[in-house]
Design a protein around this ligand. Sequence first.
Ligand code: GLY
Length: 398
Amino acid sequence: MINPFKLIILLCLIAFTACSQGNDKEKIQLAFNPDDIIALAEKNYTEALTSLTVNGRMPRNANADGTWRTVPLRDWTSGFFPGVLWQIYDYTNKEEWKESALEWTWPLAELKDFDRHHDLGFMIFCSFGNAYKHTEEADQYDILVQSARTLATRFRPEVGTIMSWGNIHEENLVRHQTIIDNMMNLELLLWVADKTEDEELKEIAITHANTTMVNHFRKDYSTYHVVEYNPSNGEILKKRTHQGYQDNSMWARGQTWAIYGYTMMYRETGDPKYLDQAEKAADQFISRLPDDVVPYWDFDAPNIPDEPKDASAAAIASSALLELYQHTEEIKYYNTAIQLLNRLSSEEYLANTENYQCVLLHSVGNKNKDSEVDEHIIYADYYYLEAINRLTDIVSDI
Ligand code: GLY
């Protein structure tokens, strides 16, 4: 028989472990006030709007000295700066944020016929998609519709996916490359397909998602970054990485694009196989998170724990997991999202030091090229603020 003294120690240990780790039934508490995060966003982005001018380029990285690195409108990140302004408007409902968001959204209208890469979805849906949600202006609707049609021209039926990079019209093309990130661009297609009852756009998005489900996932539901196809018959030539550590490693942001992308596919189509895929990709991601939850830039990076963290992957995951929780009511997705948001909403990650005019520090763009390593990157702010907005929709009493 077990010694009563040992039994008491054992029960105390079990109780302590349950309290310190949370359990599957209890919701983890917020360790921050969302109003404080939005106040920081309002303060820093007000300064950004004062220092920046609308000049045919878009802000991408905030620097410690109060300046920004800007990029051409054709850069894949160009929709996120106006997108951030829309997220702030979403939370605050203040007219001045809507006016600024519109001012920074309209320059992107010229992209509606831009067919040189697959990221038109990010660029147009984060800007005009959010604009239309709030204003329902016919001119914005037309831009969304035309952009979706342009994006659809990159779909190659022989492969069954949209071509992510390169000139779709190139003769003698030897490889059609599709990256996991491309899942995010399907939201524009499905939104427009629904509004216009365009079955072809819907079919393209569904075919792309189905092909990606078969070819981009490993047995454990981690994802390859890039799949190269033979353009004439869809045969797979190579599965590889571009921004991850190795071809077979789990690049953190890529995995979060997959979780977000398949959750969105379920929302837009109602097909349960997409929800199942999102859950499996999420479970793989969650099972490998480090103790302090914010992922390293690649889960298999060689020098963990001496590798940079990627706040952008944490931000995308928190937003995606909150939506996944809404569809599944699985508390593990809610709790992981809150753990990620609690960590991001701490002194270590928030840009309330020096003269940064942004919200989140410590993201990684492309470690392999030593580009944007441990920096602010605009899409981290976008998905973090989107997650804060989603959270307030879910939890009305915070
Ligand atoms: N879509 C490119 C990236 O996630 O860096």
